[in-house]
Design a protein around this ligand. Sequence first.
Ligand SMILES: Nc1ncnc2c1ncn2[C@@H]1O[C@H](COP(=O)(O)OP(=O)(O)OP(=O)(O)O)[C@@H](O)[C@H]1O
Length: 494
Amino acid sequence: MDHNTQYEPQGRHMAPFCLGHPSHALQSEETICRVCGALAAHTTLGIYQVHKLLGIGRSGHAYLAHHQRSGQPVAIKLSAASTANPELWQAARREVRVATTLRHDSILSVFSCSTWSPEQPASGSGAFFGRLDTPPQTYLLTLCQYIPGTIQQFVAYLQNKDNQRTLYEKGSSSAAVLLQVLQQLGTALEAAHARGLNHGALVPGNILFSSPERAWIADFGLARLQPPPTPYLPAELYRAAQAAQQGNAQAYWNAVNPASDQYMFAVLCQQLFPQVLQRHEYEPLLPVLNRGMHNKPERRYPSLHLLVQDLLTLMSRSGNSRGMQQFKQPNMNIDAGWSSSSGSLSRVPPTGPGSSGSSHGYSNPVTPIPALMAGPMTPALPATPITPGTPLTAEDWEKRGDKLFTLREYDEALKAYHRAIEVHPEKAHIWVALGDTYFALERHKEALMAYEQAMHIDPNDPQTWTNRGTALDALGRHRDAVDCYDRADQLRSA
Ligand SMILES: Nc1ncnc2c1ncn2[C@@H]1O[C@H](COP(=O)(O)OP(=O)(O)OP(=O)(O)O)[C@@H](O)[C@H]1O
């Protein structure tokens, strides 16, 4: 039975009907359709009114909703209770928060992740966010950034002859745009891996586009709740996926890792290339993808950015290098650019000793595939533990804080950031880092105070507003939180 993602009701005073199938009749008080499980049109969830079904994924429905006062669009996802157990939900919520604290340009922002039950009053108080006591008929409700473009639209854009001509006139090409997007996705995944986060289901529905040149990965923390279908599932996860299908979702949750994300990324590339590139453009790239999809995880690339780097180098070398020169600029070097000039991520430190002087620049030669195939996987986190030393400068303390945060040693990270702040109380970004750390420890009041201190120093940083909103959400102050998100949006679009 096909569901309906096209229908967007116009009037506000129509008889209630199901957003999934307008023909399904609903009683006036019904919020969820008893036939297909979709929400009724115009359902109000707190201060948002649901307008349209965006799609149905493995674990639930995604909707477009609007903030009732400002009209700001958001995406709301509802996953039914049967998709995960409460402990896993808690873990998912933690991961969602950590993913949001990454503040990566290509990781979808999640505003809140909580529970909702249709029996609760659905309008007015904003009290739809429940606690995780998981009563029956509870849904995991995720409120996140709405990103209108799909991967299908992206492909259609690059296939369009007029667009190809326009890109050509600008000195670019479909290949260059595709690679730019793959690079964004690659850096997002790498940033997540560096924080110990694995995605777990890089399926097309989880790749969104705010413009043809700007891609986002959705559902960090949520995607892992359910295994993806073939061809995205790597062989090493079959058993865990089977266990998940038999009710042990934890098995899949625990089994995903950076190498399995790399596999799925390579599968996505394999699907995209023939649709966007000429055969002579993508054939030289297939060995790279084959390595990314190797049956043995240890034979894949040590990290995803090496895979992207090889794609990039090979594409630049092929006859069709129009628009590729941009990727050779120094700030596209993943390691060197991640913390500052690429603007992609503000707080992810280099992931290993010596990585700041990295040799992973895109202008480097192709990684020799056979030579590395036999090598062990490079761990995403520093192999050597951080030994207590005597850092001399505030910058050292800050770096130490970053590293400890990456290692999830939040208590120690707190100490390090406090030391950095003692010297540099005027640096807003350290207060934000401190706030993120308190947040990771679920010390929400202190997180809020740290974010507010950062805002006092720099009131115009949209990310600080978003983080403050997340802390307020966690403290149950949902209306204040939404005001923060609104302000963040205003600042971003200013
Ligand atoms: N934040 C968002 N903004 C805009 N559209 C979205 C957003 N999130 C999801 N969608 C749309 O809704 C559809 C369903 O999303 P959902 O997350 O439920 O499943 P999926 O991503 O397609 O698959 P999966 O469950 O395997 O992750 C997506 O395919 C996408 O088109």
